[in-house]
Write a protein that binds this ligand. Structure first.
Ligand SMILES: Nc1ncnc2c1ncn2[C@@H]1O[C@H](COP(=O)(O)OP(=O)(O)OP(=O)(O)O)[C@@H](O)[C@H]1O
Ligand SMILES: [Mg+2]
Length: 363
């Protein structure tokens, strides 16, 4: 049932504005694929091109090998879930879900069976006769999801389906969506600008900015080995510090202020003295008061968060970095203390100084 979606060099223009200028990506059969990026980067525009609400000004979109550029939406066999649910307020849960089936001219019994089956999958079978006004936000979103998948589409598209829900319900619903997607094995394209949500649900993520794909990879690889400083700072938090490449007979490494850090995974392309942007996540620092080696700083403030404590530390040039350490001692290190920062050199990322290329060698 599921299909691959092959997008080749597509172009989208609105009047004179080119929003997407030659974008390619291949989504695998049965994959949970997420488009992630800041507001206005073109996520919805691309989704609407896939389902056929937007024209395509160049390039090709194929389902497996079949070109669909000019196939109308109602012939594309895709289901879509929107941010605002778009369920019919005057119809019961059951009638909302049955709506797409009625257009397929099935018998009443067949429709009832299919509706019941899907309501069980999305766990609202006990609400089948309720009207939407008497449902919670999460329940309404389950109706919208049931309505999209009851027609057995080849592709499921979701545009920020959880953004109207409160934080706790979002987490609950994203787990439900992931589970249902795995259960029915449908190729899914999911749009969000919430990076944690993307990491939690996706098989792979495409990070977009300004209509351009920055990186396509698994959540773990995107987090651990971002392709450039945009991805490093958009996904999770990263402190970006200026540094330079140092090469000695003993090996190579990076220098930040006066501190040298040996690195075993720098790419061959690094040149001696090359200026670099070093990206360090808050948890990749090792903070010490006694070991007087490393990058020197002064604690400006700290926040106790239970398992961890966040420290905001000012470096010699006035730049502030955020450091996360396990709250293992009873007392937090007091504000004003001088500390030294060392780095988990196998985890940090080193970019060219313009931030466009990762200089870590990895497999
Ligand atoms: N119908 C339209 N006519 C003209 N410009 C449009 C149209 N639809 C979208 N755009 C423009 O295309 C760009 C991308 O918009 P899009 O809605 O795809 O962003 P998005 O990534 O979904 O953002 P958000 O996270 O805010 O939903 C924006 O600059 C937007 O103004
Ligand atoms: Mg959008």
């Amino acid at each position: 049932m599921s299909v691959a979606i092959n997008i080749e060099n597509v172009i989208k223009r609105f009047g004179k504005d080119t929003i997407i200028d030659g974008l390619s990506l291949n989504i695998k059969e049965g994959e949970f694929f997420t488009l992630l990026g800041p507001s206005g980067c073109g996520k919805t525009t691309l989704l609407r091109m896939i389902i056929g609400f937007n024209s395509i000004e160049g390039g090709e979109i194929k389902l497996d090998e079949k070109l669909i550029n000019h196939i109308p939406t109602n012939k594309r066999n895709m289901g879509m879930v929107f941010q605002n649910y778009a369920i019919f307020p005057h119809m019961s849960v059951k009638d909302n879900v049955a709506f797409g089936l009625k257009r397929k001219k099935m018998s009443k019994q067949e429709i009832d069976e299919k509706v019941d089956e899907i309501l069980k999958i999305v766990k609202i079978d006990h609400l089948r006769d309720r009207m939407p006004a008497k449902l919670s936000g999460g329940q309404q979103q389950r109706v919208a999801l049931a309505r999209a998948i009851v027609i057995h589409p080849e592709v499921l598209l979701m545009d920020e389906p959880l953004s109207n829900l409160d934080a706790k319900l979002r987490v609950e619903m994203r787990n439900a969506i992931k589970r249902i997607q795995q259960q029915i094995g449908i190729t899914t394209v999911y749009v969000t600008h919430d990076q944690e949500e993307a990491l939690a649900v996706s098989d792979r993520i495409a990070v977009m900015n300004g209509g351009v794909i920055q990186q396509i990879d698994t959540p773990k690889r995107i987090y651990q080995r971002p392709a450039n400083t945009f991805v490093a700072t958009f996904i999770g938090q990263s402190n970006i510090l200026d540094g330079s490449i140092v090469k000695t007979q003993a090996g190579s490494g990076i220098k930040i202020f006066d501190a040298f850090f040996a690195m075993e995974n720098l790419s061959e392309n690094c040149a001696y003295m090359q200026k670099v942007s070093v990206s360090i996540r808050p948890e990749e620092f090792i903070l010490s008061r006694d070991n007087k080696e490393g990058i020197k700083g002064i604690i400006k403030s700290s926040v106790f968060l239970g398992i961890n404590t966040n420290y905001f530390i000012e470096l010699e040039n006035g730049k502030e970095v955020e450091v996360i350490q396990a709250s293992d001692s009873l007392e937090a290190i007091p504000d004003g203390s001088t500390v030294y920062l060392n780095l988990q050199t196998d985890k940090i990322n080193v970019f060219t100084d313009d931030g466009t290329k990762n200089l870590i060698r990895w497999v």
